[in-house]
Design a protein around this ligand. Structure first.
Ligand code: ADE
Ligand code: ZN
Length: 340
C-alpha cells in the first residue's frame, strides 16, 4: 500500500463535475483571442488588468462581469473553443464525466442563434467523449432576472435539440427572483421530458429551496447552502437524499462564506446531506475542481475517506446509468484502498 499526499490523492481520483457554467470557464487569454478575431472590444487593456477586476462583493457584481465577458462569443467555433478548452483542462484533473450548464438567453438576447450556441458546445462535448473519454450531460439554464415569457421562448427554441439536452436549470440574480416565478415554464419543461435543477439558497433564503422542491420539482439543488437556516428543510433534504451541488471557492469569492475554514460542507456531511463539490465558474473564482477539493480538504482538514465520500456522492447524484455509477463507485473504493 502506498501513501500519497492529499494533493496527489485528489488529483488522481476519478471525478465528476455537476455544477459548471460553460460561460464561467472563459479564461481571459481565450477571451482576448476570441475578441480579436471577432473584432470586439473588451474594456480592459490586458489579461492581467482583466483578472485584477475579478473582485466581487456579491453575486450581482460577478454576474455583471460574467455577462460582459460572454458578449464576445459569436460563432459556433467560439462556443466550440470555449467548451474544448474546459474539457482539455479538466481531463488533466482526471474528470471523467461532466454535467454542464449553458445560458442560452445570454447569447440569444444579443442576436446569436440558439443553434449556433448549442451546435458549438455539443460538437466539443462529442469530441471530448471520443478523444478525451469524458462523458457528459447538458443542462439549459433559464436566466431568472428575465421574465417568464423569455424562458418560454427559450424552451420553444430548444425543442428541435431536445435530444441533446438532459435538463433545465435556473440561474443568475437570485434575490427577488424566486423559483415560483418559473413554476409554469418548469412544468412545461418537465412535460417535454427534461429533468430539472435550480440554483437556490446561494444568496436567497431557505424558502427558495422549499419552492424549488415543491413548485419546480427539482432533481438536484445547485448550492443550497442556506438550507442550514431551516431544520425541517434539512430533514426533508436528508430524507429525499436530494443532491446539493456545493461550490466552495465560488462561495468565498461571492462572499457567501467568509473563508474556506467557515465553509459548512463538513457540517452538512455530518447531517447526512448528499453534498457534492463543484467549481461553478472556475475562470472567475481561482480554481477548477481539484482546487475546490484541495481548498476544503486543507481548510477543514478532511481525510481521504471524507474526500472519497464526496467524490462518490457526486457520482451518485449524477445522471449516469446505475451500471455506470456502480462501476465508478467500485473504482473509487479501490483507489482509496490502494492509496490510504
Ligand atoms: N451564473 C453563473 N454562476 C452563477 C452563480 N454562482 N449563481 C447564479 N447564477 C450564476
Ligand atoms: Zn452556478
Amino acid at each position: 500500500m502506498s501513501t500519497i499526499s492529499i494533493e496527489k490523492f485528489i488529483e488522481g481520483i476519478p471525478k465528476t463535475e455537476l455544477h459548471l457554467h460553460i460561460e464561467g470557464t472563459f479564461e481571459p487569454e481565450l477571451m482576448f483571442k476570441i475578441a480579436k478575431r471577432n473584432q470586439k472590444k473588451i474594456p480592459y487593456s490586458s489579461v492581467s488588468e482583466l483578472r485584477n477586476a475579478y473582485q466581487f462583493k456579491n453575486l450581482q457584481e460577478f454576474l455583471d462581469i460574467y455577462y460582459a465577458g460572454a458578449n464576445v462569443l459569436t460563432t459556433e467555433k467560439d462556443f466550440y473553443d470555449l467548451t474544448w478548452a474546459y474539457l482539455s483542462k479538466v481531463q488533466e484533473q482526471n474528470v471523467v464525466h461532466v454535467e454542464i450548464f449553458f445560458d442560452p438567453q445570454t447569447h440569444t438576447d444579443r442576436g446569436i442563434s440558439f443553434e449556433t450556441v448549442i451546435k458549438g458546445i455539443r460538437s466539443a462535448l462529442e469530441d471530448g467523449k471520443k478523444k478525451l473519454g469524458i462523458t457528459y450531460k447538458l443542462i439549459m439554464s433559464y436566466l431568472r432576472h428575465l421574465d417568464e415569457a423569455s424562458a418560454f421562448k427559450t424552451l420553444e427554441q430548444s425543442l428541435p435539440y431536445k435530444d441533446w439536452i438532459s435538463a433545465v436549470g435556473l440561474d443568475s440574480s437570485e434575490v427577488g427572483n424566486p423559483p415560483s416565478k418559473f413554476e409554469r415554464v418548469f412544468e412545461k419543461s418537465r412535460e417535454e421530458g427534461f429533468l430539472t435543477v435550480a440554483h437556490a439558497g446561494e444568496e436567497g433564503p431557505a424558502e427558495y429551496i422549499w419552492e424549488a422542491l415543491t413548485l419546480l420539482k427539482i432533481n438536484r439543488i445547485d448550492h443550497g447552502n442556506r438550507c442550514l437556516d431551516d431544520e425541517t428543510l434539512v430533514d426533508r433534504l436528508v430524507d429525499l437524499q436530494m443532491p446539493l451541488t456545493l461550490c466552495p471557492l465560488s462561495n468565498v469569492e461571492l462572499k457567501v462564506v467568509a473563508d474556506l475554514k467557515q465553509h459548512p460542507i463538513e457540517k452538512m456531511m455530518q447531517k447526512n446531506l448528499l453534498v457534492t463539490v463543484n467549481s461553478d465558474d472556475p475562470a472567475y473564482f481561482g480554481g477548477y475542481i481539484n482546487e475546490n477539493y484541495l481548498g476544503i480538504a486543507k481548510a477543514l482538514n478532511l481525510s481521504k475517506e471524507q474526500i472519497t465520500t464526496l467524490v462518490k456522492n457526486s457520482f451518485k447524484a449524477s445522471w449516469l446509468s446505475d451500471q455506470e455509477k456502480e462501476k465508478r463507485i467500485l473504482e473509487i473504493d479501490q483507489y482509496l484502498k490502494e492509496n490510504s
